[in-house]
Design a protein. Sequence first.
Length: 465
Amino acid sequence: MASSPTLKPFVSSLYSDPTRHCGSLLENYFPRSFQVKKELNLEEKLKLSTKQFRLNCLGHRDVDVSASVLADSVTDAQLDVNEEDPSISTLLMNFDSNFDPYGAMSTPLYQTATFKQPLATENGPYDYTRSGNPTRDVLERLLAKLEKADRAFCFTSGMAALSAVANLVGTGQEIVAGDDIYGGSDRLLSQVTPRTGVVVKRVNTSDLSEVAKVIGPKTKLVWLESPTNPRQQIADIQNCRNGSYPYGAILLVDNSIMTPVLSRPLELGADIVMHSATKFIAGHSDLMAGVLAVKGESLAKELYFLQNAVGSGLAPFDCWICLRGIKTMALRVEKQQENAQKIAEFLSSHPRVKKVNYAGLPNHLGRDLHYSQAKGAGSVLSFLTGSLALSKHIVETTKYFSITVSFGSVKSLISLPCFMSHASIPSAVREARGLTEDLVRLSVGIEDVEDLIADLDNALRTGPL
């Protein structure tokens, strides 16, 4: 890539005498939200500025530099991010605006498997998309910032992300996991992970005394959901951290239902936060993706090694779709939660509903604990009717709720978990855990809430007695 004629005099003088343009370069090159750390001396500042400028403007030695700051070995650890953190909605709109040297408003899609290298014995910032890709880097850095993590990694699915975490546990070590969790996670822990000689212990994680009984010296990983899927039980994340800390266990929290908009488990003591980005992060039921946000460089390096070795990194196009969807996450989550609260209140007063599981209701047993570690109750809820026939009628009769196994879409969704997302769990085990066949799960979308309530009311009223 040839440099612009208008840049040549400036570039030449920059190479020969960097101090000549120091002031303007530092002021104009770096985003206003970033400041070079005070402990860097002038020479270090100049080297940093010059290197970044050369990468952005010259395409030095044919290295692919269109990822801008990402293409350099300089990381945010060498820059003092002294900005006052904006709201999440503002961050989502503005995060990637400085990553492309051409000013593209949409993050560029690097739809390539491999990258040309400058020399036979030297590698550029990227070599093979399985190991890293500029588009994926933007998404991962954004997710790390949203979760206040040291690193974040994007996987081909939520289950691929969770599988990577499970692979941190060795033969003879133990995993302590909740007994009310996503059916896919349950299948992994009950049918796959034990094949490697890992012992998996299941417990009601909303009962700290029960958790304390099973954590011990062999515990390598504590696996939480809060709220749980689908019964909306609440785990005390901070106290689970305190209980596992003496044994050096890793604390994983599946934060898919809450999103970073409502909860940041790393701030409560978690080591890893997992998201099924298929759900609220992307938000439109148009891709599959998983996320691990990690605290601690050592743990991050282990997970990156596994992601690269297994080849489970998210493809560039899926990253691009996710980047497009995530921009409206805060707006969507707010509207969906507002709708869910009204629907939960409607259902709790309906004569044909026996119980509603939703942390936003005043009678929820874990409400106070939940609001001590989250900003809202989210938009996933469940309810019991006492009759499988009635529940089946509700699911099949509603007009505006689509019958699906997922949640987190802008479109309202409905399901019978025992026959769908949690069908892989034996019925006797489900019943012992309190997951009954009449339980209906809702994922509330952004439709007009009065239409949704009328739809549910009609299904309830017309169901079998």
